[in-house]
Design a protein around this ligand. Structure first.
Ligand SMILES: Cc1ncc(COP(=O)(O)O)c(C=O)c1O
Length: 466
């Protein structure tokens, strides 16, 4: 580590060297910036749209929708772009545009945000889970190929935390088996694989542009596809008048225009915000990369946090910062280490609770909660996710430590604080081991703030209180 490790001087309550979890003084909160950051011009544009009463984003006849889709299309090398109300809707419309529907199987990852699975379920299709690479947590192309059946129609990889999946391998497998590819790029704006932006590989791909994402509006998303027919078929499902006034609309689709729609439209406000946000995306991604590079230097000597071994062909955009915790070497549980980081002021956590196939809402056999649209479909297909073994996803989830990473400007001081916190916790790993072995010694500690620590001694363990 760049800074000296805290020494082993005697500890007392409020001591800066003592872990905050055990009553010491916290290093200090790692503040995330206000996010998303909208320029003055973006805010003025929103005010104007509101004042003019033009908030609806019905079609490209709305100038803001036309502008946002044209800008995003340029960003994706001229591909067709359909802005939507969310990332989920962009993915569902990608599947709809590819005509993936009841009974079709779509192979996806068990380690993700649930929307990359629920978009499949909402099309009445069947998610099939292929295990991930144990180290990176990204879907493993070999496992994908092993799960292909005669019912498989598509592969839906997710570029988790802004790290790209091996798209060369996924596209090769898809071509070999005649399958469609739907990239979930919700966490990966600006990420590249072999120099090509994600969202430019698959047949129809989705991005979330909700306010927490690298390209964040309020709530929004967009679908991108090289195939005009996919674009029109998606429009037919979710857009007012199916956007049929645009040039090129297929006459074959005209009889099917109606209002049996998902209302997955963007608003004019969000379209304007997207157009403005896109202008500063490259600069902000550069800063994220720079901050991670700083952190990498500062944490070069970290004993218990390992950088996952991502491919050299990827250039990530860091939606989140994700590390693997070396639980065996540390001799403490990941969650204990996390508690210690949190008490010092670092809001790190574990992104995913468990692999998606283990989630109770997928287990129609035993489910007792409110009815869902997908149970009947899964029952007919006799899918039993309780039998799914995805040991690598389990490992990656249980050993992962993630931090939401909104540092869109160079922030060396914040990176230094993050490193200081990790350094302090690692230097005190012995006291964390003791804390795990003898929790009764720390019974008075508020686990969130570390306050009210009553110094205790191992010599008193097992003795009756006087
Ligand atoms: C991987 C992934 N897919 C899909 C989504 C869904 O996006 P939205 O919340 O905009 O519907 C998210 C959102 O966080 C996501 O992280």
């Amino acid at each position: 580590m760049a800074k000296n490790r805290p020494g082993n001087s005697p500890r007392s309550a409020g001591d800066a060297k003592q872990l905050a979890l055990l009553g010491g003084k916290p290093v200090g909160t790692v503040e995330q910036p206000v996010y998303p950051y909208f320029t003055k011009r973006a805010c003025q544009r929103v005010m104007k749209i509101m004042a003019e009463g033009r908030v609806l984003g019905f079609s490209r006849d709305v100038p803001e929708v036309r502008e946002a889709e044209a800008a995003l299309s340029r960003h994706h090398g001229g591909r067709h772009v359909l802005t939507t109300s969310s990332g989920h809707s962009s993915l569902q419309m990608a599947l709809a545009g590819l005509e993936i529907a009841a009974g079709d199987e779509v192979i996806t990852t068990p380690y993700s945000w649930g929307a990359s699975t629920s978009c499949i379920l909402h099309q009445n299709a069947i998610p099939v889970f292929a295990d991930v690479n144990r180290n990176t947590g990204l879907i493993d192309p070999k496992q994908v190929e092993a799960r292909i059946t005669s019912r498989t129609r598509a592969i839906l990889p997710v570029h988790m935390y802004g790290h790209p999946v091996d798209m060369s391998a996924i596209m090769r497998i898809a071509a070999r088996h005649g399958l469609a590819v739907v990239e979930d790029c919700s966490q990966a704006h600006g990420t590249t694989w072999k120099g090509v932006g994600v969202g430019n590989f698959g047949h129809a791909n989705g991005f979330s542009c909700m306010g927490g994402k690298q390209l964040g509006a309020t709530e929004a998303g967009y679908m991108v596809t090289p195939d005009q027919d996919v674009y029109w078929r998606a429009c037919l499902q979710c857009q007012h008048n199916a956007r049929s006034t645009e040039p090129g609309f297929s006459d074959a689709l005209r009889p099917y225009i109606d209002s049996l729609l998902y209302t997955h439209r963007i608003t004019a406000v969000d379209a304007a915000l997207l157009a403005e946000q896109l202008k500063k995306l490259p600069r902000e991604i550069d800063a994220r990369r720079q901050n991670i590079a700083t952190l990498r230097l500062l944490l070069a000597d970290s004993k218990y946090l390992a950088w996952p071994k991502y491919s050299k062909h990827g250039n990530p955009s860091y939606y989140m910062w994700s590390m693997l915790f070396r639980a065996k070497q540390a001799g403490v549980r990941r969650d204990t280490f996390l508690k210690a980081l949190q008490a010092e002021g670092l809001a790190a956590g574990s992104y995913s609770p468990s692999p998606i196939p283990s989630w109770p809402r997928l287990h129609w056999q035993t489910y007792k909660g409110p009815r869902t649209v997908w149970h009947e479909n899964l029952r007919r297909a006799r899918v039993d996710y309780r039998k799914d073994a995805v040991p690598n996803a389990e490992y990656a989830i249980n050993h992962g430590i993630q931090l939401i990473f909104r540092f869109y400007k160079p922030a060396p001081k914040v990176m230094q604080r993050i490193a200081d916190i990790i350094c302090k916790v690692e230097s005190n790993i012995d006291s964390l081991r003791q804390y795990e072995r003898h929790p009764q010694l720390y019974a008075n500690v508020n686990l969130h703030t570390g306050t009210a620590y009553a110094p205790a001694s191992l010599a008193n363990v097992g003795k009756r209180p006087k």
